[in-house]
Design a protein around this ligand. Structure first.
Ligand SMILES: Cc1cc2nc3c(=O)[nH]c(=O)nc-3n(C[C@H](O)[C@H](O)[C@H](O)COP(=O)(O)OP(=O)(O)OC[C@H]3O[C@@H](n4cnc5c(N)ncnc54)[C@H](O)[C@@H]3O)c2cc1C
Length: 377
């Protein structure tokens, strides 16, 4: 019997598998397809992402790495695409007035998301987890003393028994349904595509032109330029996306789309199971970003959960909410600003635009000393 069976090897599942294996647990992790594919993510992340890339790839150069976009040198080649210093907010389309928010140094990086998943999964394997691609978990049954999974592999279908199951199988989580856990509050529909023309610009563009959310343009260095948007259910996302691309007057290729869960449910744990990442709705309500929140929660799970003591699931539930709860709450408030009347939005932009001191994953840093200093400057 395994200690943990992990379903889904995106950032959250890979991170949990790695950390649990490092603690000496017997971990098996199943990924239904090829790691990182199909792509349905911008891979726009704060510099904190480098803390999760394995130490052997992290030269510790982060503090001295401004010239390299804040990226540790040896991870750069594999994952790094562009260093971003800020965002230009627009209330209209491509040619509308821009309200810049920025720092002098890089705030975030555009990274190769497919490669990121592979690197994180390799780290889990190096730590001793048994990570298997092309393995789909088709059923999960929970008992008082174990969980049983049915797994369809390339050659055969087989059963696996574990003391606990981690559901890190994305926004439409099958594990969540099997454990009878509630859905996140809302599912946005996201779409993106690429103009292959290289662009090393330092700003992303954000357009508050989409109902309840936004559209974006992300320069990805040699990876070209990404155009994307996310919108609430019921919106005609393909039509909104066509309008965005037409407005910019670009030819795009490699269209893809995905679901973004917003608002975690009131519980993400059961008798012998727990959810991580998008399955648990652990995303930023004001951007939909979930790579770092999912990995943060995975660390909480690996630290708190003892597979022989199911009561420790409560400790995980408390720990991740302690870590992320306030930022998620404030993130909902920030998102409400996207639906405010335009004159209010314009006044807010003009008041706060310029240099900022906020951390892009932490809306609570709006109240930090750094942000106050930036405002006074
Ligand atoms: C358009 C768009 C843009 C985004 N941009 C950003 C961004 O710039 N920055 C950011 O931080 N976040 C972004 N996100 C969100 C980000 O992609 C997710 O928050 C993140 O991928 C969540 O990681 P995860 O490991 O929880 O889930 P996932 O990355 O979805 O991984 C789940 C894995 O489980 C596998 N799986 C599912 N079911 C099974 C099964 N039955 N058996 C085995 N395997 C299974 C899937 O194949 C998948 O690999 C974006 C999302 C969208 C849709």
């Amino acid at each position: 019997m395994y200690d943990f069976a992990v379903v889904g090897v995106g950032p959250a599942g890979a991170r949990f598998a790695r950390r649990a294996a490092e603690r000496g647990y017997d971990v098996v992790a199943f990924e239904q397809g090829e790691l990182g594919k199909p792509l349905a993510c911008s891979g726009h992340v704060s510099l904190d992402v480098w803390d999760y890339v394995p130490e052997s790839r992290d030269s510790g150069a982060r503090q001295n790495s401004e010239s390299s976009g804040g990226v540790p040198e040896d991870a750069r080649e594999e994952l790094f695409q562009n260093a971003i210093h800020g965002a230009r907010f627009h209330l209209g389309g491509a040619d509308s007035e821009a309200h810049p928010f920025y720092k002098d140094e890089p705030i975030s990086n555009a990274v190769d998301r497919v490669q990121l998943d592979k690197v994180l999964a390799d780290a889990a394997r190096d730590a001793g987890a048994d990570v298997r691609e092309q393995h789909t978990v088709t059923a999960v049954s929970e008992f008082n003393d174990r969980v049983e999974l049915t797994v369809r592999g390339p050659e055969e279908t087989f059963d696996v028994t574990a003391k606990m199951v981690a559901g890190s199988d994305g926004p439409r989580s099958r594990v969540r349904d099997a454990l009878g856990l509630p859905d996140p509050d809302e599912f946005l529909h996201g779409a993106l595509a690429f103009d292959p023309e290289p662009d090393h610009e330092r700003f992303v563009d954000v357009h508050l032109t989409v109902p309840e959310f936004f559209a974006w343009r992300i320069p990805r260095g040699e990876g070209g330029v990404e155009y994307g948007l996310a919108a609430a259910p019921g919106e005609d996302v393909p039509a909104l996306f066509d309008a965005l691309v037409e407005d910019y007057g670009v030819e795009i290729e490699h269209r893809c789309s995905g679901v973004i869960p917003i608002g975690p449910p009131e519980t993400v744990t059961s008798t012998r199971g727990f959810l991580l990442g998008d399955a648990a709705g652990q995303t930023k309500p004001f951007t939909g970003g979930g790579i770092l929140y999912g990995m943060t929660a995975a660390d909480c799970a690996a630290r708190e959960i003892d597979p022989d003591r199911p009561t420790t699931l409560t400790s995980y539930e408390d720990a991740w909410r302690d870590e992320l709860g306030r930022d998620i709450q404030l993130g909902h408030l920030v998102r409400r600003g996207y639906s405010a009347p335009q004159p209010v939005q314009r006044a807010g932009m003009r008041l706060f635009e310029g240099e900022i001191g906020v951390h892009m994953d932490q809306p609570t840093s709006l109240f930090s000393a750094e942000q106050l200093r930036a405002l006074l400057r």
